[in-house]
Structure formats: structure tokens, C-alpha cells
Design a protein around this ligand. Structure first.
Ligand SMILES: [Zn+2]
Length: 278
């Protein structure tokens, strides 16, 4: 275990999962570490960020697919830019952002009810939000940096799943993955002001003043409160409590490494019926 998440190692590839989501045989999910890939230098070694060679990134995808059990041909990757556009993906999008060019410009959240599609979103300190409704068999991933968080992407995803698939918020399970924690996420007055506008989140509890106009922001609790206000029961929400900046041996961190770094991916997939026994 690493705080509230399970750390796995398969054929040298290390990745994390949430115990609450592990219980569902129809679901695969993971958050990658930097361990077990083929990339070198600042990308060492399990890197998914552009700038590295395409060959290395594809081999890293093959490795995490083998380790967790995803079908490499079923991957669909987002094209994030800190907004809140959410996109429904199906068979047609298989390979998009991986082996095929991205046909999306600004997409920070992906969702599907199609088994065999693996959603992929990218990180290096921002917050990955995982969603799963076991009664409707719907999954989603959303990327929440401070901008996505104050635009309440978690609430938007919850509303979208309810509207589009008839999900009940009572049935949705959510999980908040590895990202920069309240121990390390220093922000300035500009960010603080944006957070403070959300009075329903009791924002003064989410910001710890450091002096010099700097504050430590708790993005985990901020997103957890947004999900609770969106109607997801408290007990349905897992918080990993894993800080990317505190664990440079496991993760790339933008705050720690700047632009000379690789990136991790969150992944999630509904298994196809024939593979449910394996
Ligand atoms: Zn930390």
C-alpha cells in the first residue's frame, strides 16, 4: 500500500490502484508510476509524455497494457488543456491519441459505456478523477488541475453521466488519484481568489496561508467536496492521498522537475464479456 492506494508490480512495471474499485471484476483501472518503461534521461523510464520518442512511448503503453491487462488496440487518449470539455468515446475512437492522431483539441474528460475501450488521461501533478457506475456499467476519467477544479469538472462529469446514461449519483463510485498534495501545492493570491469564490466548498478550510502571499491548496479535499455536492455519497469516494511531488522515486512532478520530465497516465476500462473469466 502507498497511503490509500495499492502499489502493484508486474514484469517490472509498477502501478497503483484503488482497493474500492478492485472489487469489480468487470473493471480495470490504474495510475502509472515512472518505473518499468524503456525511456531514458529526463523521461526515465515509464513515460507517456510527448517530447520522448514515439517508439518509446508506444513501447511504454504496451508494457502497462500487458501489466494491467488492457488491450493495446483499445486505448483512447485525451487532449487536455485545463478546460472542462468532456467527450463520449466508442469503438470509432480506438487508437486516437496513441497510434492515430488526436482528433480532439480540448478534451479534459473521457467517458464510455463500451467494453474494451481504455480511457487514458495524462498527469504530472494535476488531479485524476475516476468514475464508475457498476449498475449502468459506465466509466469516466477527468483531469483536474486547479483550473479544472475551480471549473468543477468533477461535478460536470457527474451531471453528464446522470443525463446521458440515467446514472443515479447514489450508485457512482469516484476516486481521486495521485497528484500534488496539500503538503506541497503552493499557490499564489490569484489562485486563492478563484478558490475563495466557491463559498459552498468552505474554501477557507482548503487553503493554508504560508506568508509572502503564498498558500498551500488542498486539491484532493476541494475535489472531494465538489463530488459530494454533486450528489455522490461520501462513502463512495476514495481519496488516494498520494502526493506526486513527495515521491520522485515513483512519479514525475512538474513542480519538482519543471519542464524536464516525463508524465504518467490514468487508465480505465470495462472488460469485454469474453475476458471476464480471465
Ligand atoms: Zn507532497
Amino acid at each position: 500500500m502507498l497511503n490509500q492506494m495499492e502499489l502493484h508490480e508486474t514484469d517490472g512495471v509498477k502501478y497503483l490502484t484503488f482497493p474500492a474499485l478492485e472489487q469489480y471484476p468487470q473493471l480495470l483501472h490504474s495510475f502509472s508510476t515512472r518505473i518499468g518503461g524503456v525511456s531514458e534521461g529526463e523521461f526515465e523510464s515509464l513515460n507517456f509524455r510527448r517530447g520522448d520518442s514515439r517508439e518509446n512511448i508506444l513501447e511504454n503503453y504496451r508494457r502497462i497494457c500487458r501489466a494491467v491487462g488492457y488491450d493495446f488496440d483499445g486505448l483512447v487518449a485525451s487532449a487536455q488543456d485545463h478546460h472542462t470539455v468532456l467527450r463520449y468515446v466508442t469503438e470509432q475512437e480506438k487508437g486516437v491519441g496513441i497510434t492515430k492522431p488526436r482528433d480532439m483539441e480540448s478534451v479534459d474528460g473521457l467517458y464510455t459505456d463500451v467494453p474494451g475501450i481504455t480511457l487514458v488521461t495524462s498527469y504530472a501533478d494535476c488531479v485524476p478523477l475516476y468514475f464508475f457506475d457498476p449498475t449502468k456499467n459506465v466509466i469516466a476519467l477527468a483531469h483536474a488541475g486547479w483550473r479544472g477544479t475551480v471549473q468543477r469538472i468533477g461535478e460536470k462529469m457527474t451531471e453528464t453521466l446522470c443525463r446521458q446514461f440515467g446514472c443515479s449519483t447514489q450508485d457512482i463510485l469516484a476516486a481521486i488519484g495521485p497528484s500534488i498534495g496539500p503538503c506541497c501545492y503552493e499557490v499564489d493570491e490569484t489562485v486563492r481568489e478563484q478558490v475563495m469564490q466557491h463559498t459552498d466548498l468552505l474554501p477557507e478550510e482548503l487553503l493554508a496561508g504560508q506568508g509572502n502571499g503564498k498558500y498551500l491548496l488542498d486539491l484532493w479535499e476541494c475535489n472531494r467536496r465538489i463530488l459530494v455536492l454533486a450528489g455522490i455519497p461520501d462513502e463512495n469516494i476514495s481519496v488516494g492521498e498520494v502526493c506526486t511531488k513527495c515521491h520522485p522515486e515513483l512519479f514525475f512532478s512538474h513542480r519538482l522537475m519543471g519542464d524536464r520530465r516525463g508524465g504518467m497516465v490514468a487508465m480505465m476500462c470495462l472488460k469485454e464479456a469474453q475476458s471476464l473469466d480471465s
